[in-house]
Design a binder for this molecule. Sequence first.
Ligand code: TXA
Ligand code: MG
Length: 314
Amino acid sequence: MSLIGNDIAYAASLLQQGKLVAIPTETVYGLAANALNEEAVLKIFKAKERPLFDPLIMHLPSFSLVEKYCESIPTLAYQLAAKFSPGPITFLLNRKENVPDLITSGLPQVAVRIPDHQLTLDLLKKLDFPLAAPSANPFGYISPTTAQHVQQQLGEKIDYILDGGNCRVGVESTIVGFENGKIIVYRLGGLSVEDLEVFAEVELRINSSSDPKAPGQLKTHYAPRKPLIIGNIEELMQANAGRKFSVMSFSKKYNSDTIVLSENADLSEAAKKLFSTMRELDTSNCEFILAEEFPDSFLGKAINDRLRRAATRD
Ligand code: TXA
Ligand code: MG
């Protein structure tokens, strides 16, 4: 079993030795290694059983350090960073030579982000290298939002789990790129499109494909093992009468087996509870999950995106 604790100095020493440490962020927990050490980064792919074509995000303690690893950074990126970093936004920027190919899967751009969690920011400040960190879940499964989630699934494969409590945002970062003065959103996430639109025109490029620019775009992702059906709950309940299902809803209690994500219909609260509730239902004794579709605004967009990917079955 790997150790859970909040010893930053210990975590730093393990990372310096090329080992794996799970780190808390405001979005979800990450599985971190020294981004400049290819041998260490390979261990991430192995532990997650993640294909090498799926590139990793580099985590840094401040946006000013991004210039060490990226070039031709657009003014718009600096403007967004000034407003939202540290925070749930990841920037796709042109990489410099010093970024290992393994991080970008050979792509010309690297994904960088400044996570908004004090423990991890303190850890990053202690290190003289960035941390490569995908979400700390087996590839394709629901992302972890507590240290215990990480331990349950990857505990045997990690040297230490830095425990920063429950993730405040609960869905992954919004991934943005820049083209002709526009913001291109490749993954909906913890920073809303509405927040980005204040700065520039926003184009969504989140359609799933087999050759994704951001494999958060892969069709089946963030998925529980049980079937998850998304739609109008009253209709779904009628169609499945007599069967053993649980309901996951935004704010309405449909029956005694409903888990309500936010009684006050607060999208941020619902996002925060989404993945832990999906995990809970996945290990409960229901046969399948009926999930309510969310309002298509602010974090509701990211929640619907995760639900749709969780619901996809080949
Ligand atoms: O909130 C988050 O972003 C979390 C926390 C731990 O920081 N991390 C996370 O990482 O969600 P991951 O690996 O689960 O998802 C990152 C996504 C992947 O779908 C990956 O393909 C995409 O970012 N990505 C990373 N580098 C890229 C690149 N150079 N070009 C295009 N997409 C990239
Ligand atoms: Mg992930």
